[in-house]
Ligand binder design. Structure first.
Ligand code: NAD
Length: 353
C-alpha cells in the first residue's frame, strides 16, 4: 500500500506530520504501508516554478493513495492563474480522474456546543455529501472574460454529460446503501437545463437501487434545510458547484472546519484524502492547527482505498477517546476542557491508539 504524502503549504506540513505518525504506528503494528513525500502548491512553485511538478505527478500516479495537507498562501495571490497553488489541486484531481468527493459531516457528541447552531438541531448529526469533482462550471468550456461593445463580459459554461452524472450517482447510491438508505439529490432544474438532465439521470440510476429512498431538492431550499433541520439528510448528492457550497455549509454544522476529513476517489478506489479546510496562513507555524481532520482523512484512506475497515475504526475510536478525555485545540476549545497544540493533539491520539 503505497501512499504519496503531499504536505503542501501553511499548516499543511504540521497537520500531515501528525497523520503520518498515526500511519507509522499502524505500520509498526503490521500494516504494509509505504510513504513517500513530494511537493504541491506554493512550496512546489517556489522549488520548481509550477504547483504540480512532474515528479509529484509521477509519484501520485504510481501511488495507491494520496494524503494531502493544504495548499495556498497570500504571497501567491498575485501570480498568474496557472501558477497559483490552488491550480495544483485542480490539476491533481483532474490528472487522477478523482471525480467523486466524499465529505462526511459528523457531529461528535462532545462538540455539540462548538456548533453555532443550537445543540438540539445538530446533536447526532451524521450526513455524507457526495460531490462531483471534475465537471460542471469549474471545467466547462467556453469560459473567460471578453470585451463586447466596450464592456467586459464574464462567462462560464455549466455542462454535464449523462455518463458523468451516472458514475457519480452510482457512488452516492452505493454509499447510501451502506448507511441509512436515503439519498437526496440536489439540482436547480427549474432554471438550469444541465441540472434537469442531472435529475433525469439520477432518477434513472435510482431504479437500480430500489432499497434506497431517492428524493430531489432544489439547491436554494437545500441550503436552507441544512441549517433548519440538517438531521433530515443521510446522503446528499450534488454537482461540483452546488456541492462545493453546500459541503462548506454542512461543515459548520459540526463546529469546526478543523474536524472534517474528505476523500476524492477515482473509478477504481484510488483516492486523494485531505482535510476540507485550507492552509490557514493566519495560524501556520504556531502549533495551533487542529490535526484531527487530517488524521480522520488517513482513516478514510484505510477504509476506501485499502479496504481495512478495522484500522479505520481504530483511528476514529482514538479520536473519539481523545475528545472524550477533554483534549481540545484552540478552534474547538471550551472552558472546562484542556487546550493542546497541534503536536499535543497528535500525542494524545497516539496514546489513545
Ligand atoms: P482556511 O480553511 O485555510 O481557513 C479558514 C479559517 O479556518 C481560518 O481562520 C483558519 O485559521 C481556520 N482553520 C482552518 N483549518 C484549521 C485547522 N486545522 N485548525 C484550526 N483552525 C483552522 O481558508 P482560507 O483562509 O479561506 O484560505 C487560506 C488559503 O488556503 C488560501 O490560499 C486558499 O486558497 C487555500 N485553500 C486551500 C484549500 C485546499 O488546499 N484544499 C481549501 C481551501 C482554501
Amino acid at each position: 500500500m503505497k501512499i504519496c504524502v503531499l504536505p503542501g503549504d501553511g499548516i499543511g506540513p504540521e497537520i500531515v506530520a501528525q497523520a503520518v505518525r498515526v500511519l507509522e504506528r499502524l505500520r509498526e503494528d503490521g500494516l504494509a504501508l509505504e510513504m513517500e513525500t513530494a511537493l504541491i502548491g506554493g512550496c512546489a512553485v517556489d522549488a520548481c516554478g509550477e504547483p504540480y511538478p512532474e515528479a509529484t505527478r509521477a509519484l501520485a500516479r504510481e501511488a495507491d493513495a494520496v494524503l494531502l495537507g493544504a495548499v495556498g498562501a497570500p504571497k501567491y495571490d498575485a501570480l498568474a492563474r496557472a501558477q497559483r497553488p490552488e491550480r495544483g489541486l485542480l490539476a491533481i484531481r483532474k490528472d487522477l480522474d478523482l471525480f467523486a468527493n466524499l465529505r462526511p459531516a459528523v457531529l461528535y457528541p462532545e462538540l455539540a456546543h462548538a456548533s453555532t447552531l443550537r445543540a438540539e438541531v445538530v446533536s447526532g448529526l451524521d450526513l455524507l455529501i457526495v460531490r462531483e469533482l471534475t465537471g460542471d462550471v469549474y471545467f466547462g468550456e467556453p469560459r473567460g472574460i471578453r470585451t463586447e461593445h466596450g464592456e467586459r463580459i464574464g462567462f462560464n459554461t455549466m455542462v454535464y454529460s449523462e455518463s458523468e452524472i451516472r458514475r457519480i450517482a452510482h457512488v452516492a447510491f452505493r454509499a447510501a446503501r451502506g448507511r441509512r438508505r436515503r439519498l437526496c439529490s440536489i439540482d436547480k432544474m427549474n432554471v438550469l437545463e444541465a441540472t434537469q438532465l442531472w435529475r433525469d439521470v439520477v432518477t434513472e440510476t435510482g431504479r437500480e437501487y430500489p432499497e434506497v429512498a431517492l428524493s430531489h431538492m432544489l439547491v436554494d431550499n437545500a441550503a436552507m434545510q441544512l441549517v433548519r433541520a440538517p438531521k433530515q439528510f443521510d446522503v446528499m448528492l450534488a454537482g461540483n458547484l452546488f456541492g462545493d457550497i453546500l459541503s462548506d455549509e454542512a461543515s459548520m454544522l459540526t463546529g469546526s472546519i478543523g474536524m472534517l476529513p474528505s476523500a476524492s476517489l477515482d473509478a477504481h478506489g484510488k483516492g486523494l484524502y485531505e482535510p476540507i479546510h485550507g492552509s490557514a496562513p493566519d495560524i501556520a507555524g504556531r502549533d495551533l492547527a487542529n490535526p484531527l481532520a487530517t488524521i480522520l482523512s488517513a482513516a478514510m484512506m484505510l477504509r476506501h482505498s485499502f479496504g481495512i475497515e478495522e484500522a479505520a475504526v481504530r483511528i476514529e475510536s482514538a479520536v473519539r477517546r481523545v475528545l472524550a478525555q477533554g483534549m481540545r485545540t484552540a478552534d474547538i476549545f471550551e472552558p472546562g476542557t484542556k487546550k493542546v497544540g497541534t503536536a499535543g493533539m497528535g500525542d494524545a491520539v497516539m496514546a489513545a491508539l
